[in-house]
Design a protein around this ligand. Structure first.
Ligand code: GLA
Length: 386
């Protein structure tokens, strides 16, 4: 809190009336690439995320600064000029939120100075952008007394990502960042937005997040391509099935689906969605039973499906996951959109240290890159830091 106020002071030369907020990142345990297919997903909000220090102004000026993107400097705009501008970089996420609120008819009577600092690696599958969008939406809700619920905030942030930023993502990231619960994960039905709180740990094991530190530039376009392939599959299947989403179908439908979808790639995408939905349902049972090995098997199957059928992993993620499995992890998989970024592994407590050492070495030898490890706790959703 104090260091945020000091940093704010350095940039804006004020240190009074400042409020500080925290918005977590997220890790998805299982249920990948199905939140835009009406699937069940299993994410948790994590202890690394985005902090925002804010001070209201009396005029309509908006000033935005992020210590993670110092090249942009202080992005200066005002409430009547919120359209997307390439040169504003990261600040577009914040502008997009304000822009959408205005378009929805909310009154934003004054501007603010916002200082952002974060410890989430960006573009790495831990939802740094959703963390920022939800942070700004939550702050605006507090500042302007908009009376939005946490689910409203998530939906608003998703719309910004979809329409203002052009990434056609599902609702998982924004929803878990808005609604996360300490020490728990949430099972989210993305068709109905119903959420169920769940334990997310096994005794004697811990979750480890592993960053490939490999960032692909084409993530957005590849992601949108997958969304598009799924909707092509859905369109074909709707001719016979009375469904709204791919994840309403079951494993037993697959032989028939194979006959209906002639295109191999589209079939593979649909197959991933349906099998991943099944794995997520099973993972809930494994968690309830405390069956770590059974859960780990589902993680491994999920990775294989994302590698072979959905094709969103790639050399760096596959190498990291394989190295972890060969050196003490009982299960491991890509988390988030993929194409680089992070994986998670379930590791017996006593193996954590050696796993890190050995995996670092192997990954460095094979890719020339340094892997990064995070041992996070699961946390509450976005909130004010008092
Ligand atoms: C990104 C998107 C989410 C989700 C994941 C993949 O994080 O923002 O909506 O689709 O990828 O599960």
């Amino acid at each position: 809190m104090n260091s945020m106020i000091e940093a704010f002071d350095k940039i804006y030369h004020h240190n009074d009336m400042i409020r500080v907020f925290f918005s977590p990142g997220r890790v998805n345990i299982i249920g990948e690439h199905i939140d835009y297919n009406g699937g069940l997903v299993f994410p948790a909000a994590i202890s690394i995320g985005t902090y925002g220090a804010i001070r209201s102004r009396t005029d309509h000026i908006i000033r935005l600064y992020s210590s993670q993107f110092t090249l942009e400097g202080i992005v200066h705009t005002d409430l009547s000029n919120l359209s997307f501008n390439q040169k504003d970089g990261w600040a577009n996420y914040a502008k997009g939120v304000l822009d959408l609120l205005k378009k929805r008819g909310y009154e934003l009577p004054f501007g603010f100075d916002l200082y952002i600092e974060g410890n989430l690696p960006t573009a790495s599958g831990l939802s740094s952008s959703a963390s920022l969008e939800v942070l700004v939406a939550y702050i605006a809700n507090e500042l302007y007394h908009l009376k939005l619920s946490r689910v409203d905030i998530a939906l608003l942030a998703q719309e910004v990502e979809n329409d203002y930023m052009g990434m056609h993502c599902g609702i998982m990231d924004q929803l878990i960042i808005a609604c996360g619960i300490k020490d728990k994960a949430l099972l989210m039905n993305t068709a109905t937005l119903e959420m169920e709180t769940s334990n997310a740990t096994f005794s004697q094991y811990q979750w480890m997040i592993m960053n490939t530190n490999y960032q692909r530039k084409t993530t957005e376009s590849k992601y949108n391509e997958r969304v598009n392939e799924c909707s092509q599959g859905l369109k074909i299947l709707k001719e016979k099935y009375d469904i709204k989403y791919l994840c309403e179908l079951n494993l037993t439908d697959l032989p028939n689906i194979r006959k209906m979808i002639k295109d191999d790639i589209i079939y593979q995408r649909v197959k991933h969605a349906i099998t991943e939905q099944d794995r997520t349902i099973q993972s809930k049972e494994m968690m309830t039973k405390g069956d770590a090995l059974g859960f780990a098997r589902l993680l491994n199957e999920s990775h294989q499906s994302l590698k072979n059928d959905y094709q969103v992993t790639g050399y760096h993620l596959d190498t990291l996951v394989e190295a972890a499995l060969n050196h003490g992890a009982i299960g491991a998989r890509v988390t988030g959109a993929g194409f680089g970024g992070c994986a998670i592994a379930l590791v017996e407590n006593k193996n954590v240290l050696t796993l890190k050492q050995q995996v670092s070495q192997i990954y460095k030898d094979l890719t020339g890159l340094d892997a990064q490890f995070f041992e996070v706790t699961f946390e509450n959703g976005v909130h004010e830091v008092k």
